[in-house]
Design a protein around this ligand. Sequence first.
Ligand code: NAP
Length: 278
Amino acid sequence: MKWLITGAAGMVASDLKRALTGRGEDVVALSKSDLDITSTRRVQQAIGDARPDVIVNCAAWTRVDDAETNEPAANAINGSAVELLAHAVNRVSSRLIHLSTDFVFDGTKRTPYEINDRTAPLSAYGRSKLLGEIAAAHAERHVVLRSSWLFGHNGPNFVEAIRRQIVKGTNPLRVVEDQKGRPTYTPHLAEAIIRVAHSEANGIFHYADEPECTWFDFARAIVEELGAAIDVKPVTTAEFPRPATRPAYSVLSTERYERVTGVRPASWREGLHEYLHA
Ligand SMILES: NC(=O)c1ccc[n+]([C@@H]2O[C@H](COP(=O)([O-])OP(=O)(O)OC[C@H]3O[C@@H](n4cnc5c(N)ncnc54)[C@H](OP(=O)(O)O)[C@@H]3O)[C@@H](O)[C@H]2O)c1
């Protein structure tokens, strides 16, 4: 199977590329400087030249708070560009795997979000990602793979934010405990992408590591893994206002992923241990 990865310098893309090359797969990995996905001409040319079996779109505007004041720019990358990819994918009879997010949900549920639950994003970023999901569906063969709360070696993430606070000597750490989700280690997500690609099943999938937790729980695990003698105090979202509203509850149900691949999601705690100590 021949793969083309967009946004190849990003966090998920780097781990996906590593996982695929480790298996000896044929991979064309294009970073933003190789392929700007907002350029119709360059998208058609890159996909027409490579003629991949599957294109994994890891390119995205991911600065959630900045999207609030730059919605047209976020929409161009997360929405319109995905339309270009979908059309180029159809021209070469390829398949599009497009990454999306738990932020397409409003977080009002209290049981895990199923793939067909109503989307109602609360932020400009979430709206832009929803546009991308709609655009991806214009590829005749497509997967929209939603994930959540990513951490990995090749991008800024929550684990690094906590580590920075610890290094600065912040004590106690104050972390929100009224948002619940499923942290996901990007090498685990990379494996999930490969499994879904090999399944040949299309449509929406959710992949996230197990189990669900709050940011407060996640921070406590990070402090424990680092052996830091620091208190972690729970605070509310209202005490930590940010430009973009986050869903209070964005636990993704991975039932379809488990049924189609026959594999249970990995543990974020094991991922965290590997991330910090391997
Ligand atoms: N991070 C999370 O917690 C999270 C959670 C759920 C879902 N997701 C989704 O997972 C996917 C991958 O996220 P990630 O965390 O790996 O993101 P990332 O590290 O920010 O990587 C995205 C990459 O896309 C590149 N890019 C931006 N505009 C581009 C363009 N016009 N053409 C080509 N490349 C472009 C970026 O380059 P520059 O940095 O140079 O702009 C960056 O290298 C995204 O779809 C994201 O929405 C992320």
